[in-house]
Every structure is written in structure tokens, then in C-alpha cells.
Design a protein. Structure first.
Length: 159
């Protein structure tokens, strides 16, 4: 009988220890699962219309050019924009700063082959450009997307 009682005493002592170890190892997993369900609203994707957050007329025009490229095809446009140079080419647009301090670049690919760039032009410099918007087709899987490019004919540095 003493052996049975000693086994029961050991079981009474060991069982809570094992249970505590199991629960402590599962606790962080339960917290992870709970944290995924209770994410803050700003980290969950929403259907936000970017045009409702932007107040710059040029940025809004560039957004519209991208959304409705057919409306601008073969049209001459004059824009006050910033100049951007990348490894694979140029673009013109605006680095727009939102209320929270985040920024987003609204730009159009630009072709300066028919215009003289100012010698001292640098990224983010403000310029006035005049050019014709044309559409090129970019392949995407089994279909094409029209991409607007502005072919610059005149450039004027703005100070």
C-alpha cells in the first residue's frame, strides 16, 4: 500500500508541473492567435480612395492620367512638376507628403529626347514641362495595359 500511496503523491506533484509546462509553452501561441484577430484598424487593408487623401491639383491630374489614360492620349499637357532621374530613365511628378509625414510619388515616365534639360538639374528640382502624352502597351500575363508616357518638348526650370 505504501507504494501505491507514494505513486499517487508523486502523480499529484508531477501532474501540475507537467500541466504548467504545457500551458506555458502554449500560452504564447494563444496570444499570437489572439493578436492576429485583434489587429489595429490602420494595419488592416481598407478600400481607401487615394484621391480623397490628396489635395494637390498636379498630383490629382497625374492620378487621373493613370486611371483614364485614353482621355489624355495624344494631348499636349503643361505641368509644374518635380524632375526625377532613375537608373532606367526619367519621370516627372510630385512627391506628395500626407498629414502623417508619409510621402508618395505621383509621376509619369518622361522622354526628354526632344527637349534640352537644364545642365544643373537635379532630382526633386521643380520644372515646368510641356509635352504630348502617348500610350504604350505593357504586357501583363495574357493581356496588355496602356501606360502613359509624356514626351517632353519644352522644359523650364522653376526657382
Amino acid at each position: 500500500m505504501k507504494k501505491v500511496n507514494s505513486i499517487n503523491k508523486k502523480a499529484i506533484i508531477i501532474f501540475p508541473i507537467i500541466l504548467a509546462l504545457v500551458l506555458t509553452s502554449l500560452g504564447p501561441l494563444a496570444l499570437l492567435d489572439r493578436s492576429n484577430k485583434n489587429e489595429a484598424p490602420e494595419s488592416q487593408p481598407e478600400n481607401v480612395n487615394i484621391e480623397d487623401l490628396v489635395y494637390d491639383e498636379t498630383a490629382l491630374k497625374i492620378i487621373d492620367i493613370h486611371k483614364n489614360p485614353e482621355n489624355y492620349n495624344e494631348k499636349l499637357e503643361t505641368l509644374e512638376v518635380q524632375f526625377f532621374e532613375f537608373e532606367d530613365g526619367y519621370s516627372v511628378g510630385i512627391e506628395y507628403f500626407f498629414e502623417g509625414g508619409d510621402s508618395l510619388l505621383f509621376d509619369l515616365p518622361a522622354d526628354f529626347n526632344n527637349a534640352n534639360l537644364p545642365d544643373d538639374i537635379q532630382n526633386f528640382d521643380w520644372i515646368e514641362v510641356t509635352g504630348k502624352i502617348k500610350l504604350i502597351k505593357e504586357a501583363h500575363d495574357d493581356h496588355f495595359h496602356p501606360i502613359p508616357i509624356i514626351y517632353i518638348s519644352e522644359v523650364k526650370a522653376l526657382k
